[in-house]
Design a protein around this ligand. Sequence first.
Ligand code: NAP
Length: 330
Amino acid sequence: MTPINRRHFVQAGMLTAAGSALGPASLLACSDVSSDFGRRSTAEDVTEGLDLSGKTALVTGCNSGIGYETMRALTLRGAHVLGTARSLEKGQEACDSVEGRATPLVLELTEFETAVRCAEQVRAMGTPLDILICNAGAIFDELWHVNGIEAHFVTNHLGHFVLVNHLLERVLAAPQGRIVVVGSRAHESAPDDGIQFDDLSGESWFATQRAYGHSKLANGLHSLELARRLEGTSATSNAIHPGVVRTNIARNLPAWQEVAFRVGGYLFLKSSAQGAATTCYVATNPDLRHVSGCYFADSNPETPSADMQDAAMAARLWEISEELTRDFAA
Ligand SMILES: NC(=O)c1ccc[n+]([C@@H]2O[C@H](COP(=O)([O-])OP(=O)(O)OC[C@H]3O[C@@H](n4cnc5c(N)ncnc54)[C@H](OP(=O)(O)O)[C@@H]3O)[C@@H](O)[C@H]2O)c1
């Protein structure tokens, strides 16, 4: 497959009828965007001075790590955050602990009916969705399946695919809706030939890091294809790498690895406040209103792997994801 520049792909994309048209010429090249924020910037730093009152944001995985800090920063700036968690109790506890307005919703990414239900609840609120952040994610030490599909791919990609499809009309109803997909630089650990369309069970290629990387490549390609489909509307889609952040992400790894991650974390890794910065920057910075189909790290654009720029792979992933989730189609 031939890698192409993400921006060229977006500019060549078809226009959709929904949303208010900006036209391809309005989009900035990914490389034309830069900020003075960096590795040490926090979510509060990148949102300082912003007034997000009147805006509604949905953050998946709001009860832990980067998602929690993202919710905390966005509510602090005045946004109403709809925070998803796997149970109402977890979500309620997280939402109750932040300053500002946060409402819990239930989302279990391996059970697509919860994504449909979650989206229905959002639509019933009748408000546009200014910001949709696909943040929740997991790493597993062992191969396991959901309906025969490798579990990282289902959890990190397919669950969000269903959710976003059901919420797209809400994002398009916002003056300038933004979708931010939390990927990872770990996408570089995906199998050499990218998405394993011929064996999504993982039986022939599973190793923890490779499978996690495969799902994070899917996150990036999902965002890329979304950007193409949103071309000509006021909405944007971008993917980010948060950095290596001391959160609960290692919870399913062998005990010694989790301990090493925690101990090393205090010395070398980003805090959650720093880890949420790139998400919040891309979700809120006024300079990024005409930026779509890009990939960011440390609140600046970065060039992802050739596979993550592969337009054909992104389109095929969309088709396969549609097939795999057709019983839950929007
Ligand atoms: N930490 C890093 O170094 C790092 C680096 C690159 C990318 N990321 C990405 O950053 C995102 C946030 O991770 P984190 O580091 O903040 O980890 P975390 O502290 O473990 O938080 C992950 C969140 O995702 C939720 N989640 C996990 N499995 C789920 C499922 N099946 N359905 C619904 N929600 C589920 C968790 O809920 P529970 O608490 O109920 O399990 C939790 O709210 C992930 O997409 C991760 O891949 C992290």
